[in-house]
Ligand binder design. Sequence first.
Ligand SMILES: NC(=O)c1ccc[n+]([C@@H]2O[C@H](COP(=O)([O-])OP(=O)(O)OC[C@H]3O[C@@H](n4cnc5c(N)ncnc54)[C@H](OP(=O)(O)O)[C@@H]3O)[C@@H](O)[C@H]2O)c1
Length: 220
Amino acid sequence: MKIGIIGAGNIGGNLARRLTSLGHQVAVANSRGPETLADLAAETGATPVPVGEAAAGAELVVVTIPLKNVPALPKDLLADAAEGFVLLDTNNYYPRERDGRIDAIEDGGLTESRWVEQQLGHPVVKAFNGTYAQDILDAPRPAGDPERIALPVAGDDPAAKQLVRELIDALGFDTVDSGGIDDSWRQQPETPVYGLRAGVEGVTGALAAASPERPANFRG
Ligand SMILES: NC(=O)c1ccc[n+]([C@@H]2O[C@H](COP(=O)([O-])OP(=O)(O)OC[C@H]3O[C@@H](n4cnc5c(N)ncnc54)[C@H](OP(=O)(O)O)[C@@H]3O)[C@@H](O)[C@H]2O)c1
């Protein structure tokens, strides 16, 4: 698959490592420009590109940057993506440490991913947001392994969600369908599933145990 990754930090870098090793054709971008990604390119074979070119021809576009920077992405970011492309959102809202207050999330009642989707103008699938970046490299296990970790995946488009679930399976993780994007508060920061290393049963139970109320320390 042709994949564009916007963000080359903890998550974007490790997804580039694993996705290239599975044989996908990966373009990767950060905020400072492709010349700053030479080491990652040499290590993985991913192609560093300016952010405006990251989605060109991509069947899957991953946005994995600090949430507050999403509105600053180029307005035509996704214009040249492949027909029917899937947009994967790994992001979290950290109002106090990083992102500042976003009223539409806190007062408007939008889930973090619904807000991202509105900024980018394309439906998203939410996954990896509660996964330790290092686990992308260290935790993969074959299907059927009793120690295999499961990741929650939210999205409104069944086909897009299925594509992401199959990719995550190929990366070495089980998945649990966590519902639509309006339900994706169940996997936001400080919910029981956030950062949980458990299998399908544990993740399913943690999603069910979540409370929709935004925790006080995740308010700006
Ligand atoms: N770290 C984790 O374990 C983890 C786990 C799950 C989810 N997440 C979430 O996933 C997202 C990424 O986290 P991270 O830890 O990978 O972040 P990170 O290590 O801070 O990396 C952020 C990346 O985004 C790039 N970036 C920032 N603004 C950009 C812009 N306007 N255009 C293009 N690229 C831009 C940065 O490029 P420069 O370096 O050039 O500025 C950097 O490559 C966050 O929303 C985070 O909350 C993180």
